[in-house]
Design a protein around this ligand. Structure first.
Ligand code: GLA
Length: 700
């Protein structure tokens, strides 16, 4: 059993294959965190740290780690929960109440804490995924009293890192066209806050973290890591207290946050998934990838391989017409494309980004006979059809906005800041949700559309909700995301054959919350194959390759060889975004060969284990290897960057193979053991700028 309660020591022990997570009751009846790290053999291994005596300036919570600290009494570090009661009391005491363990597919522990004065109940939920070495946590806060309670901070969890060391934080930062860049900094006393206040996950920071002792590599070293399942304002705080306790607290951002609980109401926080490994950042990523592949991604399509897609955006921008799209589709089908996606421009009065969002009828001038002729042609050509939508948005120049100016988030008598000439609909409102669900349902019901790219191209501003029930207007930050999830869940339930791609001006909404409802993600609007190596490397720290959509394009790539662009894009889910009419016969032939190769190896890329052999940040060569679960097949991508042509690269040591298995390497004469390939490596001759190779490895 992977969760047990030890009566004699009053401790709960959650074991996964290689890790333990332990908490217990201290003498003050507080739930105290005890340990999170490598699995220890005996239940007697765990000790509770008793707080010593202090000067009047010190408080115990700087030393001992509470499992879910509430703000009240002497607490000065980051709390998980802060409330105001109806009688204006802002002090909260969380005492242990009871626990329950349920043992289904995945064992779950619930520990109930209760404020003895007011009756506010907090249920801490834990799921231990034994095989995946991760733990899911979330909290449900229940108002059992007779007056309303305002939540002012309600975090999903705090992760306490053991020991007294210098720790390093690894996180993903960036911006539009440059998402998920790997950043590292040593933690010192105080707080480092990673967050989004933009309403979406954001292109700028991603709700994922890793902590190590400053020496972990790809292959070795203790790494604690976690990712939040939330697609709105989020916050992750890495804190070192004056007594060197190291904690990572995370959840919905408390910035501009108040959530009212009427008697009987409850609030569930997003899930925060965490894990630990002794095997470095590579294993931390692989554990998260497995969790996503085996548990998180929508089950309907999780086992299927993602299709090679063509997307019209960079080829035709807003100028999509039936005639031109059919011509592109015919060319795409010849290359081996499996899914043809029409991007922005097909609807309303949409000839540029200044009009049309909100009016989701097919533009009659561009598609005089509706979408059907194009869809039928795609199907005849053996391709599925997909469509771009941006349901959460409205242009002021649209029929929808003229009819419902109050549907956008705004403050009365204040400006409504436009970005890309658009405003954000308030998905907290039921009428707005019904409208969005309604048009999407009709589109999917009446056409053979098997894929939608769901875009969201601007962050929130003036997040007002004039008609919200009294005291609930700030809940817009949360209710918007809940509204989005409701629509997606309903669509997935009613149209389960449809795959959804999440997009927000590139990778602005990629997180475990959206990935539990969408099948893949648009990684970045930056499609330069070289710059993508950095974006994709960071992406791979937190998210699996199967969800990482990458297109081969011409934009921003004037000098990079076409094979290099393909190799870069084949490291995730492959797409093509170029104007195929501009490709020469030779380029079309190269593309056909590359797409066939991708189809041959994509089961390894999309479902295999990923090893980052060489980082673009450190070497003049990027190398990523994928290995199937049975260790019989592998593929290595090697892409040189600005390596000087006369330099020989040192041998590339492979990973993840069966040491005693003999493997055949494509392009090499002799077969070698996995052990040799991992110990001695392979010599990849690549003497030049922006060269690339794919090496296939098959067990013999
Ligand atoms: C965003 C997306 C692009 C494209 C455009 C269309 O920028 O990231 O891929 O869909 O919108 O307007």
């Amino acid at each position: 059993m992977s969760i047990e309660y030890v009566e004699s020591t009053r401790m709960w022990i959650l074991n996964t294959k290689k890790t333990s997570y332990v908490m217990g009751l201290n003498q003050l009846q507080q739930l105290q965190h005890i340990y999170w790290g490598a699995r220890l053999p005996y239940s007697s291994d765990y000790m509770i740290t008793e707080a010593g005596s202090f000067g009047s300036q010190e408080c115990t919570t700087d030393i001992i780690n509470l499992e879910y600290p509430a703000w009240g009494g002497m607490i000065y570090s980051e709390p998980c929960l802060k409330v105001t009661f109806a009688d204006k009391v802002r002090d909260l005491v969380l005492a242990y109440d009871s626990y329950a363990i349920t043992n289904q597919d995945i064992p779950e522990l619930t520990i109930r804490l209760r404020d003895p004065y007011n009756g506010l109940v907090v249920d801490l939920h834990y799921k231990a995924f034994e095989e995946l070495d991760v733990v899911e946590r979330y909290v449900e806060i229940i108002n059992t009293g007779s007056d309303p309670v305002d939540l002012e901070q309600a975090q999903s969890a705090v992760w306490s890192i053991p020991g007294n060391h210098e720790y390093r934080l690894t996180h993903l930062a960036g911006k539009w066209l440059g998402e998920t860049q790997v950043k590292q900094s040593v933690l010192t006393e105080g707080k480092k806050v990673l967050e989004s206040r933009r309403g979406t996950t954001s292109n700028h920071a991603n709700p994922w973290f890793a902590i190590d002792r400053g020496q972990a590599s790809e292959y070795a070293g203790d790494v604690w890591f976690g990712a939040l399942s939330w697609s709105g304002n989020w916050k992750i705080t890495a804190e070192v207290t004056p007594f060197y306790a190291v904690r990572v607290t995370g959840g919905v951002n408390d910035f501009d946050f108040t959530y009212q609980l009427q008697p009987g109401e409850s609030f569930s926080t997003p899930v925060f998934t965490g894990g630990f490994t002794t095997d470095g950042f590579g294993q931390a990523s692989r554990n998260m990838h497995r969790y996503q592949l085996e548990r998180l991604l929508p089950r309907e399509h999780a086992g299927e391989l993602r299709k090679v897609l063509y997307n019209s955006w960079e080829a035709t921008l807003f100028n999509v017409t039936e005639k031109d799209q059919i011509k592109l589709a015919e060319k795409a089908a010849l290359l081996g494309v499996e899914l043809f996606v029409v991007d922005d421009g097909w609807f309303g009065q949409r000839s540029n980004d200044e009009a049309g969002l909100g009016d989701w009828y097919v533009n009659k001038e561009k598609f005089p006979h509706g979408l059907q002729p194009l869809i039928s042609r795609c199907n005849e050509l053996g391709m599925e059809f997909g469509l771009w939508v941006e349901p959460e948005m409205v242009n002021p120049d649209s029929d929808l906005y003229r009819q419902h100016p109050d549907w956008v988030m705004h403050f009365p008598n204040r400006p409504r800041t436009e970005s890309r000439t658009q405003l954000v609909l308030n998905l907290g409102r039921e009428d707005v949700r019904e409208y969005i669900y309604g048009f999407l349902h009709d589109l999917l019901q009446n056409h053979n559309i098997r894929f939608i790219k769901w875009d969201m191209n601007r962050p929130f501003s003036e997040p007002g909700w004039p008609n919200a029930p009294t005291g609930r207007d700030k809940e817009i930050w949360v209710r918007y995301v809940e509204g989005l999830y409701l629509i997606l869940d309903r669509l997935k339930a009613e149209h389960s054959s449809v795959e959804i791609e999440t997009c927000a001006s590139g990778g602005g909404r990629v997180d475990n919350g959206i990935l539990s409802r969408t099948d893949q993600a648009w990684t970045s609007d930056n499609t330069n194959a070289y710059e993508r190596l950095f974006i994709q490397e960071g992406y791979s720290y937190a998210y699996c390759a199967k969800t990482m959509v990458a297109w081969v394009t011409d934009s921003g790539n004037p000098t990079l060889p076409l094979t290099y662009r393909f190799h870069s894009a084949m490291m995730g889910t492959l797409g093509i975004g170029s104007n195929l009419h501009h490709w020469s016969d030779e380029q079309l032939a190269t593309a056909t060969t590359m797409i066939q190769l991708y189809k041959d190896i994509r089961h390894i890329v999309q479902h295999g284990s990923l090893y980052r052999l060489s980082s673009p940040r450190k070497k003049h060569q990027t190398a990523v290897q994928y290995v199937t679960a049975d260790l019989k097949e592998s593929v290595v991508f090697v892409l040189s960057t600005n390596q000087a042509p006369f330099l020989m690269s040192p041998p590339l040591q492979l990973s993840g193979l069966d040491p005693n298995q003999l493997y055949q390497l494509e392009g090499f004469d002799v077969c070698r053991s996995g052990k040799s390939l991992m110990a001695q490596g392979i010599q990849v001759a690549m003497n030049g700028f922006f060269q690339s190779k794919i090496i296939r490895i098959i067990a013999v």
